[in-house]
Design a protein around this ligand. Structure first.
Ligand code: F6P
Length: 353
């Protein structure tokens, strides 16, 4: 009989609850273990009394389709330099370690992106805690795994936004700019851009120029198409390899910066949509539910096999596991030589130079 903890850390995304549900099912149905949900990432383990709840099948059963995370999360504080009310930064990892042992946990499943998984791993190593990781992030930038929970739903939302923008753009003969998330990577932009039929895709991995971008808009005008759809990752900062310091006070972000520049250079009327956190909220897509369910089951199996310090990963239609170290040391940006980049170029999409 084992008692295992589960927590969600870093930013939320769609599919976290499906993973929690899968962990609880596997732990109870297959192994007759006791799963304990820890609230607000590692914060639940810092609190006294400890912020945790015994998870049961009836409690998690409706979670499959719910957005957000039932357990709550936070990306406010690095536990090694946790911001206290008096403004001090305190190392609170000893309290987390103590909380784990007080709860009598045999292992912990942590769902997070590369940043929060690295922090969790360090705490677990220091505290003799058995740790198994599940990758999640709408940015899809965790190395080694082809899928992370939340990415597919975010791409669906961004694609739907482009689908909607097509019609209003055409009606008003405008250049519509859609700014999507991605933190430092262009995965959401390139995937949704291709799926949603964008004319221009800007990602941080490939430099562009306003002049060439406007040339694409002009070519469309010559073809009799008076509107254009431009999708840009929030991470885009460079124009032709030069870092453009986007003055956020003046422009509000890269989308607004582009709108001003494109209007000035091409005369096109521009409008901006910034999707923001709509990409993280709402019901998970079927694919995210599948990935989350498979990851949850596999994570519990790793604990049964006593294979710790490992992350479940998706590779070639299978869930495998890899050392966490390997995953967090291999940041995954969009490869400029990848199939998706070739596809976009093959479709005549302007994707930089
Ligand atoms: O990493 C996920 C992500 O949604 C990024 O795409 C985005 O830049 C960031 O988190 C937003 O963070 P917050 O929720 O703190 O605004």
């Amino acid at each position: 009989h084992k008692r295992i903890g589960i927590l969600t850390s870093g930013g939320d995304c769609a599919g976290l609850n499906a993973a929690i549900r899968a962990v609880v099912h596997r732990a109870i149905d297959t192994y007759n273990w006791e799963p304990i949900g820890i609230f607000r990432a590692t914060q639940g383990l810092m609190e006294r009394p400890i912020g945790a709840v015994k998870l049961t099948i009836p409690l998690v059963d409706r979670l499959l389709v719910m957005g957000g995370t039932y357990l709550g999360t936070t990306n406010k504080g690095n536990p090694f330099a946790f911001p206290m009310e008096n403004g001090e930064l305190l190392d609170r990892s000893p309290e987390i370690i103590e909380g784990y042992h007080q709860l009598g946990l045999d292992a912990i499943v942590g769902i997070g992106g590369d940043g929060s998984l690295a922090i969790l791993r360090k705490i677990c190593q220091q505290g003799g805690m058995n740790f198994v990781a599940i990758p999640k992030t709408i940015d899809n930038d965790v190395g080694v795994t082809e899928h992370s929970i939340g990415f597919d739903t975010a791409v669906n939302i961004a694609t739907e936004a482009l689908d909607r923008l097509h019609f209003t753009a055409a009606s008003h003969s405008r250049a519509m700019i859609l700014e999507v998330m991605g933190r430092d990577a262009g995965h959401i932009a390139i995937s949704a851009g291709i799926a949603g039929g964008a004319d221009v895709i800007l990602i941080p991995e490939i430099p562009y120029t306003i002049a060439n971008l406007c040339e694409r808009i002009r070519l469309r005008q010559l073809e009799g198409k008076n509107y254009s759809l431009i999708i840009v990752s929030e991470a885009v900062k460079t124009e032709c390899g030069e870092i453009v310091q986007v003055d956020t006070n003046r422009y509000g972000g890269i989308g607004h910066y582009l709108a001003t520049k494109i209007a000035a250079a091409s005369g096109a009327e521009t409008r901006v949509t910034t999707l923001g956190h709509t990409q993280r909220g709402g019901m998970p897509s079927p694919l995210d539910r599948l990935i989350a369910s498979a990851f949850g089951v596999a994570a519990v199996d790793l604990i049964a096999e006593e294979k710790f310090d490992r992350m479940v990963a998706w590779q070639r239609r299978e869930v495998i596991s890899v050392p966490i170290e390997e995953a967090i040391s291999q940041y995954c940006a969009v490869n400029p030589q990848s199939t998706l980049v070739k596809t976009a170029r093959g479709l005549g999409i302007y994707l930089g130079d």
